[in-house]
Design a protein around this ligand. Structure first.
Ligand code: AMP
Length: 254
C-alpha cells in the first residue's frame, strides 16, 4: 500500500516543497487519465496510487486550491480569469493551463511517478505535454481513457459533495456521510462544488465533448491509448485498470 506526499508543490507551485513520503515504487508509472468530468478518474487514481504508487496531479485541483486560497493574497490576473472560467464550467485557456503545468515540471519528474488527471484536454495541451516530458526524460506509459453514458455521469456529478475543510469527497446516494451534511473525517460542512451545479455540469460536458476526440486520436495513433468502461462500480472498474497496468508491466519487463 503506497501513499505519496502532500502534493503541495503541485497545488501551490514550485515555491512550495513537498516531502515525498513512504516507499518509492520499483517502477514509477507515468499515466494520463482521460475521460469526461465525473466518470470516476479521481476514484481510480486513488486506487492506482494505493497499489502502484505515483502522485495524483489534477489540474482541476490546482484551480480549486487557488479558489480557496486563504493566504489573503489576491490571485494573479491570469489565475483570476482562469477561476472565473472554471466557475462557469468552461475550459481555462491552453496558455494558462500549460504554463501552470510547465512550472510544476518537477512534479512530473518525481521518483514516485504521476497520474495526470484533467490534463491534457486539448490537442495543443497534449503537444505541450510531450515537449515537457521529452525535456525531463519521462515518457508516458499510457493514456487511460474512462468512458460511461452521459446520464450516469450527470447522476454522479450532481450527487457529489465535498467537505469544505478537508476536501474529502462524498455522494448523496453512493457514498453518504454518517451525519447528513457533515464530513465523517473532520465534521466540516459538506458543500456542492460550484461547477457541480446542473448548468455548469452541462457546460463542462459540452466543453469535454468539443475537445476530447483529437486527444484520444493523438494517443491512439501512438499506441498509448487504453480504453476502460467505467459504468460499473469503482471496484469493478479497478479490476480493468489493474489488468491494463499488469499488461503494461509484462510488456516492459519482457
Ligand atoms: P476538473 O476537476 O478536471 O473537471 O477541472 C475543473 C475545471 O478546471 C474545469 O472545468 C476547467 O474550468 C478547469 N480545468 C482543469 N483542467 C483543465 C485543462 N486541462 N484545460 C482547461 N481547463 C481546465
Amino acid at each position: 500500500m503506497y501513499s505519496t506526499g502532500n502534493r503541495i508543490t503541485w497545488l501551490q507551485g514550485p515555491g512550495a516543497n513537498c516531502a515525498g513520503t513512504g516507499p518509492v515504487p520499483p517502477r514509477p508509472w507515468h499515466f494520463v487519465l482521460l475521460g469526461p468530468p465525473g466518470v470516476g478518474k479521481g476514484t481510480q487514481a486513488e486506487q492506482i496510487i494505493a497499489e502502484y504508487g505515483a502522485c495524483h496531479l489534477s489540474t482541476g485541483d490546482v484551480f480549486r486550491y487557488a479558489a480557496h486560497d486563504t493566504s489573503g493574497q489576491a490571485p494573479s490576473p491570469a489565475m483570476a480569469v482562469a477561476l472565473a472560467a472554471m466557475k462557469r464550467g468552461e475550459l481555462v485557456s491552453d496558455a494558462t493551463v500549460v504554463e501552470l503545468v510547465r512550472e510544476r515540471a518537477q512534479c512530473l519528474a518525481c521518483r514516485y511517478g504521476f497520474l495526470l488527471d484533467g490534463f491534457p484536454r486539448t490537442l495543443e495541451q497534449a503537444h505541450a505535454l510531450d515537449g515537457i516530458l521529452a525535456r525531463i526524460g519521462r515518457p508516458l506509459d499510457a493514456a487511460i481513457n474512462y468512458f460511461a453514458p452521459e446520464s450516469l455521469i450527470i447522476e454522479r456529478l450532481s450527487g457529489r459533495r465535498v467537505c469544505q475543510q478537508c476536501r474529502t469527497g462524498y455522494h448523496v446516494a453512493n457514498k453518504p456521510p454518517r451525519v447528513s451534511g457533515r464530513c465523517d473525517a473532520c465534521g466540516g460542512e459538506l458543500i456542492q462544488r460550484e461547477d457541480d451545479k446542473p448548468e455548469a455540469i452541462r457546460t463542462r460536458l459540452r466543453a469535454y465533448a468539443a475537445t476530447c476526440d483529437p486527444v484520444l486520436e493523438y494517443y491512439r495513433r501512438q499506441g498509448l491509448l487504453r480504453e476502460i468502461d467505467a459504468s460499473s462500480d469503482p471496484k469493478a472498474v479497478f479490476v480493468h485498470t489493474r489488468d491494463v497496468i499488469q499488461k503494461l508491466n509484462r510488456a516492459v519487463s519482457s
